[in-house]
Ligand binder design. Structure first.
Ligand code: ADP
Ligand code: ZN
Length: 293
């Protein structure tokens, strides 16, 4: 059995781990995300005395995941201080001579759920994280979705909830999906973090309204066989039935598939890999690097 290295590069922390092709994680550590020099020195020190056959990196973005691009492996235009233009794969290649795969954290998580989790045995899925930001990745026809670069499904336009006067906090678009529905939007709109709001607070019906709109668009554009919703905000379990209900309402009966009309409880789900969805996603990227050899 081959050994895989995984790096979940997040805006707050980097999680590094070692696992296998079955999606098992043997050990993990985490380091705060500070400057590239400081954080990557810790990452490199962690892997330096380990033996592994491939390395997968799922990263915050925007990034360049396109293999033949001159800036492949770089974090590109992130507003995060110090990290814009950073050549992450270049740095790792200086230290480790193994096949590597670099993608967004959410494309990784989609691949992890497709390989070992909620979308196992299917051809397609969407993974959306609702946390400090909103991002989504997709597997279609068994392949991760890339194009010019990677999808940016967290920044789509949404219709405003009739009772919502919050201006939105996305620095690029103000009231896009992320600007209206990520964790910080909940905090700014209601003056309390999501974890402190009661399950019957009106925040959740509004939150579900925005997230259901996103899912409508994903269903109409990509026709995924499963939609997996993770991230801190989705710990609010009461969101799931409300999102499913609003998704059905907004679709208006137009997509007549039993997955939606009869089995929506199994169509829009929490990650089967739970809190491991991120690191297992990077592990799945490492597995893919071996398969692509
Ligand atoms: P990140 O997106 O930074 O990787 P998380 O997915 O944990 O990390 O998302 C953090 C965001 O999720 C914060 O805005 C926080 O307020 C929100 N959050 C975390 N836990 C909960 C919870 N139990 N209920 C509602 N919101 C939560
Ligand atoms: Zn935006």
């Amino acid at each position: 059995m081959r050994v895989l290295g995984a790096i979940e590069a997040g805006g707050t922390k980097f999680v590094c781990g070692i696992g296998n092709e079955e999606g098992e994680i043997f050990e993990r550590v985490s380091f705060p995300t500070t400057t590239p020099e400081e954080t990557m020195a810790q990452v490199i020190a962690y892997f330096e005395d380990k033996k592994f056959d491939a390395l997968g990196v799922g990263s915050f973005g925007p990034i360049d995941p396109i293999k033949n691009s001159p800036t492949y492996g770089h974090i590109t235009t992130t507003p995060k201080p110090f990290w814009g233009g950073y050549d992450m794969i270049g740095k790792l290649k200086e230290h480790f001579d193994v096949p590597m795969n670099f993608d967004t954290d959410v494309n990784g998580a989609a691949l992890g759920e497709y390989t070992w989790g909620a979308a196992k045995g299917l051809d397609s899925c969407i993974y959306i994280t609702v946390g400090t930001g909103i991002g989504a990745g997709a597997v279609v026809g068994g392949q991760l979705v890339h194009g010019l670069s990677h999808p940016e499904m967290g920044h789509i336009s949404v219709r405003r909830h009739p009772n919502d006067t919050f201006e939105g906090f996305c620095p690029f678009h103000a009231d896009c999906l992320e600007g209206m529905a990520a964790g910080p939007a909940i905090l700014k709109r209601w003056g309390k973090a999501g974890a402190e709001l009661a399950a019957d607070h009106p925040a959740w019906e509004m939150e579900a309204y925005y997230l259901a709109q996103a899912l409508v668009n994903y269903v109409l554009i990509l026709s995924p066989q499963k939609i997996i919703m993770g991230g801190g905000v989705m710990k609010q379990e009461q969101l799931f039935p409300e999102i499913r209900r609003q998704l059905k309402t907004l679709l208006g009966g137009y997509v007549q598939h039993p997955s939606i009309t009869e089995h929506i409880d199994q169509y829009v789900v929490y990650p089967e890999l739970g809190d491991n969805a991120g690191i297992c996603g990077s592990l799945a990227l490492a597995k893919l690097a071996l398969e692509e050899l």
